[in-house]
Write a protein that binds this ligand. Structure first.
Ligand code: ADP
Ligand code: MG
Length: 661
């Protein structure tokens, strides 16, 4: 059995496109959005059917009673159909109402009567209250969605509901008296809420379901012999579907009526009237309230009906009817049934969910990015009239944050931004990968060359030193030999630099105090007066396992580069930070910066912008090699364009605190 078996209105989930129109139209907020799906909360629903009317996806459906009615008709019991006064509005395609009556009979009903005789009886009761002077007004009780609304959501007003049965219940009582209490009564009308109104009525069909049964049973207006409704026939009560409410069908004078009765219909107006009645502004008036814009526009009527065309159909029907009415018979009937008990009791059944406090509401509003009045767009896209109401509904578990359009758009923008950032990161990681692959190849080549050159260089050094030692001090060869030794030394330095870059050297790990190492490096660097070196240490733990000679080489090379980039002076800032297992060294200068096109070349051996004889282009490759040997990494950011702000370069070196394999 589906969960919605006895639920008045429910959602067909596959059809719901979550447009929130039903949320907006539901006067009692009985529609909950769960995981992006609109669900009707049966306990809160008053069966007004607004959601059914507005859902263009046909995702909202109401309980269908056709099966049960077919069963009743086949049960052999006496079954009476009572038809609501709004029927001419629905069946304007059937020119003679008597044909419709015969069609209903053809379904198997034993009798077919009009509810409007019940309306005549009920109207008399109302006339009595209207003409009895009273300090306080009452609220009419013929619309079941309204009475349910008051029982659930304005329970304090229950005592003000007129204790009078609806025309449907009144007519049922009449027919039970006429045909016996075993007779089954099926109400046919425009209303969904009627399905839950009274246990006295056996089944309730909407006009839509009646049409469905006609189609299923192959009943059409063609060749149908017309027959009239079964008595008792109604009088003016037939007009109450289009009058300004049931009260107008009473025979009290216009004056009393006009001065006393406030008529409000539709989901917005009826609640406003109740609110004003509640706060006392219109407490002395009587309220005639209808949930729909008149019963003729009820959710059980066919969709797309035109309000004024429907009114006209009903008024034409009533005009014709009153022309030929047998008043003597009507009076007799009214007399016969005047003692029928028309009382109806209502009981409060509070289903309000207490409102959360302002702190809770504000918390949710902040989550939705609404921090002040200006952020409250109250656009209504979520289905709630204001951002506050939406926030309250979220807390009550009726709504979701995603329903807020500005919030969702903002979130989407953020996703797009995040995506762009991660794309950028990906691109730079790709670039770095390419770069390190390139450097790895160069490393291999350099290592090969260095290895091959090392031995002959050693031999040259050895023999030139021997020759030099053998020379007398005044030998003219001595100067040449000294030059050979000096240049060979230079070659050896380059070769060992290449070996360093190629990471072919060994590291001598030892526990060192990094802060001290930097303090010493700063003191020993040859620094022009116009350059300020600032050392900032935020180290929690100064000790780390590193090769101190190699690290000094890194620092010295970086300082040298920074100073060379600031020929007219500037700042060299050294920043030391750490985490439990990492040391982060940031060295930045306010120098000329590195051109974007050179960024990927600076770690390549022999790349220099400093001119032949000035730079070797081995400083950074060596740094790179040493850091890689330590299993660390080096990042560079630089700006060489004064338009973009302070120029300068920052090297960020991250080293593991401990030796890693
Ligand atoms: P060299 O210093 O011998 O040129 P390096 O390998 O140390 O070789 O540096 C390579 C190139 O990187 C330099 O020529 C220079 O263009 C650029 N460079 C390195 N460090 C900096 C810096 N701090 N500021 C500006 N440019 C730098
Ligand atoms: Mg250098």
């Amino acid at each position: 059995m589906p969960a919605h078996k006895n639920q008045l209105v429910f959602t067909i989930k596959d059809k719901c496109k979550v447009c929130y129109t039903c949320v907006r139209e539901c006067p009692v907020k009985a529609i909950k959005i769960v995981n992006g799906q609109a669900e009707v909360i049966d306990k809160r629903c008053i069966g007004c059917g607004n959601c059914v009317k507005v859902c263009i996806q046909d995702a909202k459906v109401f309980l269908n009673a056709t099966e049960q009615v077919y069963e009743l008709l086949q049960s052999g019991q006496k079954v009476i159909a009572i038809i609501a006064p709004s029927f001419p509005a629905e069946f304007d395609d059937i020119k003679d109402y008597k044909v419709l009556v015969s069609m209903v009979r053809a379904l198997g009903f034993d009798h077919v009567s009009e509810v409007s005789f019940g309306a005549d009886l009920v109207a008399q009761k109302y006339a009595k209250i209207l003409t009895t002077p009273s300090a306080e007004g009452f609220i009419s009780s013929d619309c079941p969605a309204i009475t349910l609304y008051i029982e659930h959501y304005s329970p304090e007003l229950v005592p003000y509901l007129a204790p009078i049965a609806s025309p449907m219940v009144a007519m049922t009582r009449v027919l039970h008296k006429k045909y016996g209490y075993d007779a089954k009564v099926v109400f046919i009308g425009p209303c969904i809420a009627k399905k839950a109104e009274s246990a006295e009525v056996d089944e309730v069909l909407t006009f839509r379901e009646l049409r469905e049964m006609f189609a299923k049973s192959n009943i059409s207006a063609d060749n149908m012999e017309p027959t009239d409704f079964d008595p008792p026939h109604s009088g003016k009560g037939a007009i109450f579907a289009i009058s300004r409410g049931l009260l107008q069908t009473t025979n009290v004078s216009e004056n009393i009526y006009e001065g006393n009765v406030i008529v409000a219909d539709g989901r917005v107006d009826f609640r406003e009237a109740i609110k004003e009645f509640e706060n006392g502004t219109i407490r002395s008036n009587n309220l005639e309230l209808l949930c729909c814009e008149g019963c003729i526009m009820g959710p059980g009527t066919s969709p797309l009906g035109k309000r004024y065309g429907r009114r006209l159909s009903v008024s034409n029907y009533v005009k014709e009817k009153l022309k030929s009415i047998d008043y003597d018979q009507w009076h007799k009937d009214m007399e016969e049934y005047k003692d029928i008990d028309l009382t109806q009791y209502f009981a409060s059944n509070d289903r309000r969910i207490p409102d959360p406090n302002w702190d809770e509401i504000n918390d949710v509003l902040h989550k939705l990015g609404k921090f002040n009045e200006k952020d409250h767009l109250n656009c209504g896209a979520c289905g709630y009239d204001s951002c506050n109401e939406h926030a309250i509904a979220i807390i009550k578990g009726l709504a979701e944050e995603e329903m807020c359009l500005p919030y969702s758009i903002e979130k989407l923008h953020k996703y797009i931004k995040d995506l762009a950032v991660s794309n950028e990161k990906l691109a730079s990681a790709q670039l770095a990968l390419k770069q390190s692959e390139k450097l790895a190849h160069m490393g291999q080549l350099s290592a090969g060359i260095a290895h091959e050159l090392n031995n002959p260089l050693g031999i040259i050094t050895m023999y030139s030193n021997i020759l030099k030692d053998e020379c007398k001090t005044d030998d003219p060869m001595l100067q040449d030999l000294e030059l050979i030794v000096e240049q060979t030394d230079r070659c050896k330095k380059i070769v060992s630099g290449l070996l360093n870059f190629a990471r072919k050297n060994q590291l001598n790990y030892a526990e060192i105090d990094i802060q001290k190492l930097f303090e010493r490096s700063v003191q020993s660097v040859i620094c022009p007066n116009n350059v300020n070196i600032n050392l900032n240490s935020h180290l929690m733990n100064k000790m780390a396992m590193l090769d101190s000679d190699q690290l000094i080489q890194v620092v010295t090379n970086l300082f040298k580069n920074a100073i060379e980039a600031m020929p007219s002076g500037g700042d060299l800032n050294v920043d030391l930070k750490d985490s439990e297992d990492e040391i982060i060294i940031t060295i930045s200068d306010t120098g000329s910066g590195i051109a974007a096109e050179n960024m990927e070349k600076i770690f390549t051996p022999f790349f220099t912008t400093k001119g032949i004889g000035k730079g070797t282009g081995l400083g950074l490759p060596i740094i790179y090699g040493i850091i890689k040997m330590h299993k660390g990494k080096v990042d560079v950011t630089s700006n060489n364009l004064p338009d973009k702000g302070q120029t300068g370069t920052t090297f960020k070196i991250t080293l593991p605190r401990y030796k890693t394999e």
